[in-house]
Design a protein around this ligand. Structure first.
Ligand code: SPV
Ligand code: MG
Length: 301
């Protein structure tokens, strides 16, 4: 069952993406931000009712068939992000990894993301080339001053003051103390970040909760509960979280479904999957083929 564009989505489209994302991050209940990896996954997330989209570096890299270790070029990734932006009226926060080098590459990336209609970017304080936060134990952080320079360069080169710059600290991923994460977040706030993304790969929310308590709402906080997914959603509201990113579940769902379909097809042929895969009618509905027919009547005279 899919939903075509509703009046609410028309309203969403009318609001500038950066303004909309800022509203969502400060509305008092955590924004539900779904990871997307292409136009199709973006449409599915929008139809499910999500508030905003995360153009995930991990997931966009995965669909390009490469690793989340800066193997794809940033122009490759922005081409995918642009399809995500185009696919729905929802605001899109683009994962900018480390900014792909220094302040200069970071600010050019930010400008290009702004040009393609994203609502904001997120930069993380690791060194280039980065590795996905869940892989290995060698996550080196950039010096605070260097990362602050990247944030300032982005802020000062963006044209749209509402475009959101999220600063992500990987201090906890690097095995450092919460105090280090707090010091970094405060420096990033002073450098012009609009929100702080605090990442953790613990199986409970505890260290994030400690961070958030000390942070005391100096800026909206964004989190990504991939490993502490068992935490009840209500907890995030009680903690005052600005946005919850479900970064990679959609891509992982697709991997599991495609794997199973390929396995069954190889062994038994298409009859084995026909009942469980999406019908073509569902795909056509999702991508509003009927609207194109109506538009032909209107415009193709
Ligand atoms: C991504 O989705 O690319 C992220 C989140 O950066 S994580 O994979 O959890 O690092
Ligand atoms: Mg990423």
């Amino acid at each position: 069952m899919t939903i075509s564009y509703t009046a609410q989505q028309d309203v969403t489209r009318a609001i500038h993406p950066g303004v909309r994302l800022r509203q969502l991050l400060t509305q008092g209940t955590p924004a539900k931000i779904m990871g997307a990896h292409d136009g199709l996954s973006a449409r599915i997330a929008a139809d499910a009712g999500f508030d905003a989209l995360w153009a995930s570096g991990l997931c966009m890299s995965s669909v390009l068939g490469v690793r989340d270790s800066d193997e794809a070029s940033w122009t490759d990734l922005l081409a995918v992000a642009s399809r995500i932006v185009e696919a729905t009226p929802l605001p899109v926060l683009v994962d900018g990894d480390t900014g792909y080098g220094n302040f200069n590459t970071a600010r050019r990336f930010a400008r290009q993301a702004e040009r393609l209609g994203a609502a904001g970017i997120c930069l993380e304080d690791k060194v280039f080339p980065k590795m996905n936060s869940f892989v290995g134990n060698n996550h080196k952080l950039a010096p605070v001053s260097e990362f602050c320079g990247k944030l300032r360069a982005c802020r000062e080169s963006l044209r749209d003051p509402s475009f959101v710059v999220v600063a992500r600290t990987e201090a906890l991923i690097a095995g450092l103390e919460i105090s280090e994460a707090l010091q970094r977040a405060e420096a990033y706030r002073q450098a012009g970040a609009d929100a702080i993304f605090i990442h953790s790969r613990k199986s409970t929310v505890d260290e994030i909760a400690d961070f958030v308590r000390e942070w005391d709402d100096r800026l909206p906080v964004v989190i990504c509960p991939t490993t502490y997914y068992r935490t009840p959603q209500q907890t995030y509201e009680e903690m005052g979280i600005g946005g919850v990113i479900w970064a990679n579940q959609s891509m992982r769902a697709a991997v599991a479904a495609m794997r199973e379909a390929c396995r069954l097809m190889y062994a038994h042929g298409p009859t084995a999957v026909e009942e469980t895969i999406a019908s073509l009618a569902e795909v056509f509905e999702l991508l509003a083929y009927d609207q194109l027919a109506k538009d032909e009547e209107r415009y193709q005279l």
